[in-house]
Ligand binder design. Structure first.
Ligand code: OKP
Ligand code: ZN
Length: 344
């Protein structure tokens, strides 16, 4: 299996995020991808390739032009308005009854308009890092389109919390959605996106919510307890043409491997019934029991088993990296999923 990777991810290196009432060092940091690529290079998984440049078009198939224009210019606007080199974080959001349909002029207003949390800093290199991450996903998608059974997009920053016109949860461009849309645009009638990251795939769900040609399934911490809190409930099943083509599996804090794999089995049955032409796996390993921001209990031995189960679906499979923050284990656990897949 080929891995697509670029060092450009290092350009996204936020100083702090607001968490538990403190400014803490960002959990989503360059070391994450460095540990994963180190494991891949030391293994026999396969070659590591650089991404191609795809321009703005495939990004604009998923994201709005206003949002892309904002992301591209946000850092410069921030520096111009504040004369500051501190990283840009939003501070307030429109709630019930306030106007959420007007893009403000001031950069602080724009940051709020296009975001949903204060954990996702915009830095001098954010645009370059996030476009690089999307191109990693698109290059891996191209491998599958060219006939390969599987490919690994080592994306960083992650993408699954980003919707058509907002960022948050460490995500700016929805790499998995951009790749899924590329399959559709190349003529695939049906694509399934299965998100096994600990957090709900709110961005991916929202992007495809009204459509039946992309089935979206997400296993995640119950939003009653867990970020992103305001999406990811079991009764969100799609709308219009998309009704029945979104499935959430919210699971409580403390979920163990037995319960988690039972939910995975349900998701696999749904995927088999759908019979997609390609499968995109949003791969987070923050389900690990040692993850510093998550509350599931999967152990390292569970990750090869995940890869094996996905391989048994028998589909062209694109793995897109999402979360995972126990940095000492993230490389091993990620490689275990991929090795489990190729050895199945
Ligand atoms: C991104 B990905 C927990 C705060 C959570 C945001 C988490 C984003 C996770 N107290 N902050 O899905 O791994
Ligand atoms: Zn996550």
């Amino acid at each position: 299996m080929k891995t697509i990777y670029t060092d450009t991810h290092r350009l996204q290196h936020g100083n702090v995020e607001l968490m538990d009432g403190q400014l803490l060092p960002c959990f989503e940091k360059p070391e994450r991808a460095d540990l994963i690529i180190t494991q891949i290079r030391a293994s026999r998984l396969g070659p590591v390739l650089e991404p191609d440049d795809f321009g703005i078009m495939p990004l604009a198939r998923v994201h709005t032009s206003a949002y892309l224009a904002f992301l591209q210019s946000a850092w410069d606007a921030w520096v111009e308005e504040h004369g500051s080199t501190h990283h840009a974080l939003p501070l307030n959001w429109p709630i019930r009854g306030m106007r959420s349909d007007i893009e403000p002029e001031a950069i602080d207003g724009k940051l709020s308009y296009f975001s949903f949390d204060a954990g996702t800093p915009i830095t001098p290199g954010t645009w370059q890092a996030v476009t690089g991450s999307a191109y990693v996903a698109l290059t891996a998608q191209q491998c599958i389109a060219a006939g390969e059974r599987a490919a690994f997009a080592l994306c960083r920053p992650p993408g699954h919390h980003a919707a058509a016109d907002y960022y948050g949860g460490y995500c700016f461009l929805n790499n998995a959605a951009i790749a899924a849309q590329a399959f559709i645009d190349q003529g695939a009638p049906r694509v399934a996106v299965l998100d096994v990251d600990y957090h709900h795939a709110n961005g991916t769900q929202t992007i495809f919510y009204a459509r039946d040609e992309v089935l979206v399934l997400s296993l995640h911490g119950d939003p009653r307890q867990e970020f992103p809190y305001f999406l990811g409930y079991a009764d969100e099943t799609g709308v219009g043409q998309g009704e029945g083509f979104n499935t959430n599996y919210p699971l409580p804090w403390g979920t163990d491997a037995a319960t988690w794999f039972a939910a995975l089995e349900s998701a696999c049955q749904r995927i088999m019934a759908y019979a997609p032409d390609a499968l995109v796996i949003s791969l987070g390993v923050d389900t690990y029991k040692g993850d510093p921001i998550s509350q599931f209990l999967l152990d390292s031995a569970d990750y090869p088993r995940l890869g094996q189960r996905l391989a048994r679906l028998g589909l062209p499979t694109l793995f897109v990296m999402e979360g995972g923050y126990a940095v000492e284990a993230i490389g091993v656990n990620t490689l275990s999923v991929l090795s489990g897949f190729v050895q199945a």
